[in-house]
Design a protein around this ligand. Structure first.
Ligand code: FAD
Length: 390
């Protein structure tokens, strides 16, 4: 609604608690203060602002659903979604940093780790003293992570880790990496690898046109000795990494709506001000069609993720439901960004407006955490009972 300052055509705010709205407002103020004034320059310069990491910790962006005794926020999944939405309204790259830390590093340590591991890592990750990354994708195994060739070998008092991961968000700046590798029996296991371990390096990937304010890199393991106590004891097989992805994808389903809202609000305001043929371009039917379709799609996506959040709170959201929402929100946001860019005319390609940055960012978001097409095939398999991707 106009009153609350949040794009909310269907009064979805009525479904939120006062606490939810307070959390959203806090994150929004944070993004306006710490991210929005600088993001254009960070992105243009391909600069990852590492000083944002402890600030994210302080405002509660890392691990909102992790219990407070481990430094998390102890919040529900609607709160988590709202936090991701507000960060991604600022920038998808910044949201990626927070998603990886919370859902892909803290979540597995919390869900699959020992009590010692939880106590050792979670508070430092929650506060942003340490930055973590998640190593699943490999050069030859992206959509098909089960084929991974990174291995661990049991050496008695430690594991020997060999292999490489590619496209890893946060890797160049990480202190800690949650890494998935196969043991001698071919079972996928999770390990916590720490910077400084001999044979472990994190080369950065340069020249990205997308997520330029987020750092991305490789993880290279050359006979890395990993202490036995760094193995995540309570998980076995592909369900380990996939469980983490469920949590991260859920956040993306909310986050991408934030990017869409930012594009929509910018387009609406520009269209009302920009005069052509003696009237605001907002008065032309073709521009109204674009704007009306944007708000319709945003509203549908908002309702979908709200319902998904309620299911998640009850522990009932399925992987397949999460796939549908991730795919829908990101595709919707990309369409909105493309149409918003047209509405801005030539101005739409500049850094004066956030549109082109969001659009380029979303080209990564539509591919990572399961591609657009893979999520469609997950829905297809769910409704037909026949897997079409193997
Ligand atoms: P591929 O799997 O090779 O896919 C290429 C194309 O083929 C896609 O269009 C895909 O949909 C299609 N395709 C593949 N299989 C099928 C099929 N069976 N049927 C139909 N179509 C198919 N990974 C991590 O582990 N950690 C991270 O932190 C991380 N961060 C990332 C950050 C960025 C900026 C990017 C770009 C990627 C990141 N990734 C990360 C990797 C990401 O998850 C992968 O890029 C993604 O899973 C796709 O894998 P791929 O790039 O190897 O593409």
């Amino acid at each position: 609604s106009e009153n609350s300052g949040f794009t909310d055509y269907y009064n979805i705010d009525d479904l939120l608690t006062e606490e939810h709205k307070l959390i959203r407002q806090t994150m929004r103020d944070f993004v306006k203060r710490e991210i929005s004034p600088n993001i254009e320059k960070w992105a243009q310069d391909a600069h990852f602002p590492s000083e944002i990491v402890p600030k994210f910790g302080e405002v509660g962006a890392f691990g909102p659903t992790i219990p407070e005794e481990y430094g998390g926020g102890g919040l529900d999944y609607i709160s988590y979604g709202l936090i991701m939405q507000e960060i991604e309204r600022g920038d998808s790259g910044m949201r990626s940093t927070a998603s990886v830390q919370g859902s892909l590093v803290m979540y597995p340590i919390y869900a699959y780790g020992s009590e010692e591991q939880r106590k050792k890592y979670l508070p430092k990750l929650a506060s942003g003293e340490w930055l973590g990354c998640f190593g699943l994708t490999e050069p030859d195994f992206g959509s098909n992570p089960g084929g991974m060739v990174t291995t661990i070998k049991d050496m008695g008092d430690h594991y020997l880790l060999n292999g490489a991961k590619l496209w890893i968000s946060n890797s160049p700046e990480c202190q800690v990496a949650v890494v998935w590798a196969k043991n001698e029996q071919g079972r996928i296991k999770g390990l916590i690898v720490e910077r400084g371990m001999e044979g472990f390096s994190t080369p950065e990937i340069h020249n990205k046109w997308s997520l330029r304010a987020s750092c991305t890199g490789e993880l290279v393991f050359d006979n890395v000795k990993v202490p036995k106590e760094n193995l995540l004891p309570n998980v076995d097989g592909l369900r380990g990494p996939l469980g983490c992805l469920d949590s991260a994808r859920y956040g993306i389903a909310w986050g991408a709506i934030g990017a869409a809202i930012d594009c929509y609000e910018s387009a609406l305001s520009y269209a009302k001000q920009r005069i052509q043929f003696d009237k605001p371009i907002a008065g032309f039917q073709l521009i109204q069609k674009k704007l009306a379709e944007m708000i319709t799609e945003i509203t549908k996506a908002q309702l979908m993720v709200w319902r998904l959040g309620m299911l998640k709170n009850e522990g009932k959201a399925t992987t397949q439901q999460i796939s549908m929402a991730k795919r829908n929100s990101v595709d919707m946001a990309l369409q909105v960004a493309r149409e918003a860019r047209q509405i801005h005319g030539g101005m739409g390609i500049t850094g004066e407006y956030p549109i082109m940055r969001h659009m380029m960012n979303l080209e990564s978001v539509v591919t990572y955490e399961g591609t657009h097409d893979i999520h469609l095939l997950i829905t297809g398999a769910d409704i037909t009972g026949i897997q079409a991707f193997k």
